[in-house]
Structure formats: C-alpha cells, structure tokens
Design a protein around this ligand. Sequence first.
Ligand code: NAD
Ligand code: WQD
Length: 341
Amino acid sequence: MKILVTGGTGFIGSHTVIELIQSGYDPVIVDNLSNSNISVLDGIREISGKVPNFYEIDCRNREALRQVFEIEKPEAVIHFAAFKAVGESVDKPLEYYSNNIGSLAILLEIMAEFDMHNLVFSSSCTVYGQPEQLPVTEESPDKNAASPYGYTKVVCEQMIKDVCHSKVALKSAILRYFNPIGAHPTGIIGELPNGVPNNLVPFITQTAIGKRDTLTVFGTDYSTPDGSCIRDFIHVVDLAKAHLAALEWLMNANTTFEIFNLGQGRGNSVLEVVKAFEALTGEGLNYKIGPRRSGDVEQIWANVDKAERLLGWKTKLGIEEGLRDAWNWEKQLQAKEQIRS
Ligand code: NAD
Ligand code: WQD
C-alpha cells in the first residue's frame, strides 16, 4: 500500500518511513529539503534495504504535488512537512503561516480531487499552552498556543476538522507530539538541527561532544520539585511506530476526526534529563543555571490513555534510551564529519 509521506526526509518523517517499510508499506516521500538532507535516503536504504520514491517538491507547488498523486496514487498521506522552530516563527510569522497552513490547504484540495480520504497529521502539544490540569488530555479546552508556530498547528487542526465535517469525506488522525528525542538505534539517521539547537537534547549532545561550550538550563525557579521545567520526552522510534498504529486505525475507523496525545505519559524535569545524560556517559556535562526562556511553559505531560485504547499503542522506550540513541547519533555524526574534513 502506497503512503505519501510529506516531510519524509526530516527527523520524525525519516524514522516513520523506516517503520513503514519494515511493516510492508510502500512510502513515497515529498520533501523540499528546506530542513533536511538528501543523504537521509542513503540512511533509509542502509537500515531498511529499500529506497522509497522521492520527489523534491514544495507542498505549496500545486501542479507538482498533483503530478505525484497522478503517478503514485497513494492510499493515505502522513503530513509532516512544516517549519517547526518556535523562536524563528516569532521573527518570521508570515513564513510560518504561509508554509504550514498553505501546504496543508493545497494538500487537502488535491486529496479531495483524487478522492483520497486518509490523513495523519503532525500536530504538537504546543497547542495546549500551559494547561490548567495535568496530565493534559485531548479534551483540554484551552488552546493558548504561545507562538505563531503554535497557532499554525491550531489553525491546521481546525482546517482538518472542518473538512472532515464537510461533504468531503476526509478522515483524519491528528497526532499531538510531546517532546520527541533520540535517534534510530543504529545511529544511521537522527536529528539534524540547523545552526544552534533550540531543543534540549541536541543542545546537550552538542555540548558533550564539544560543539557548544555550555548548556544553559533555562530557569530553576519554577514551581516544580527541582525548580526546572517538566516535559514529556518521547523516543522518536516510539513516535514513528504510533504513525503506523494511527494509519491502521484510520483505515478501519468509523469516526472521521480524532486527536491523539503521543507521549510517554510521564514528565521529566530538565535537570533530571541532564543528570540522566551524565549517568549515561559517566562524565559531567558543562552546564549552568540561567534565567527563564521567554515563552516556556512550566510543566506539561500527556495523558495517553486514548492512544492506548484506540490505537493499541504505547511507548516502550524511556529517556535513557532516548539519550543513549541521541548520543550515539551525535558521535556518529562527528565521526562522519572528521572523515569528510
Ligand atoms: P523536520 O524539520 O526535521 O522535518 C520537516 C520536513 O519537512 C523537513 O525535511 C523539511 O525539509 C520539510 N518541509 C518543510 N516545509 C516543506 C514544504 N513546504 N514542502 C515540502 N517539504 C517541506 O521536523 P520534524 O521534527 O521531523 O517535524 C515533523 C513535523 O512534526 C512538523 O510538522 C512539526 O511541526 C511536527 N512536530 C515536531 C516536533 C519536534 O519537536 N520535532 C514536535 C511536535 C510536532
Ligand atoms: C525543553 C525544556 C527549556 C534548551 C518545543 C516546542 C514544541 C515542540 C517541542 C514542535 C524547556 C529547556 C532547552 C536549552 C534548556 N515542537 N531547555 N536549555 O520548548 O518544550 O518544546 O519542542 O511542535 O512546540 O516549543 O522543547 O527542547 O526547546 O525545551 O533549559 O538549551 O528544556 O527551557 O524547559 P519545548 P525544548
């Protein structure tokens, strides 16, 4: 079964492509390489033994995307393609609204034109802002996204919901990821942050390997047990597997629109992550305590009962495995860079 994977050379997309291949699906990738590298395809081949059909296309290029549908006739779409840097979205809101909302609008029109009805969509826990009750469930009424990026996800979710409830027979699983970490356990593919990483775990591994001097822990004066923020970190391989579960659920579902939280269902503090990394490497990490980062929520973790109940999915890997695989990936990246130079 052919599955169109937009953003399939990116971090989460590439891990999902591998899971799809290993489960007998035939993924087809569309990516404009704005935040990924074509060499990811070599990694996918090395791990899975297959190279998916790849189209270097911007999802906003209606004619090009339509041609992919003509040629490939996919039965479902997993839509990862989007810009995702929260801070950058504050500086460049129009680029974020244009890309994230524009890509989805065009994709939905083409899906309708080709009578293709199954969509798995990448959303984010960012749509919750700081929830009043923890753990947060899909029913949480508040959607106080704290950035233009966050609002693009709120708008995209609403757009999909409206289409699902219209005469277009769209069916969609909206997946709200919490904090994805880690890499493929082979160390062959992983996250490739552009420039200085915003996210905690890439910053930790880059500090440990010597690319960054010092990790700053943004705030230890929060109302949490150790004063640092709390997040729900989910291994990217667990996350990738959830897409298969969602796809299979979607194909057999009677309901047309469902939202799923995807996390471990538990929170870890920033300082706990730092300590777990130090325990893993057996060495101290160069870090300092700094002021709070503007826009950060204090604490959030997921209630994942719905995903467990309807998708039959739950995480198998913890932060230790996430940090181990992220570290392994960072070391392999460095080895490759040394060979090249
Ligand atoms: P990523 O940047 O690694 O992957 C996104 C891919 O989409 C990249 O390969 C990029 O080149 C491509 N892309 C962007 N705009 C495109 C366009 N117009 N046409 C074609 N390709 C385009 O990001 P990721 O971490 O893999 O995230 C995937 C999805 O998950 C995104 O929608 C993101 O918003 C969402 N998400 C990510 C996280 C996270 O922390 N990584 C958390 C929650 C949600
Ligand atoms: C985690 C914690 C930081 C870096 C972001 C997006 C969210 C989603 C996931 C896409 C926070 C602290 C970080 C550092 C630190 N992405 N930190 N020092 O902000 O929870 O979520 O990624 O949808 O939308 O906002 O993730 O990894 O940036 O931060 O102390 O150098 O680590 O303050 O408490 P965040 P993060």
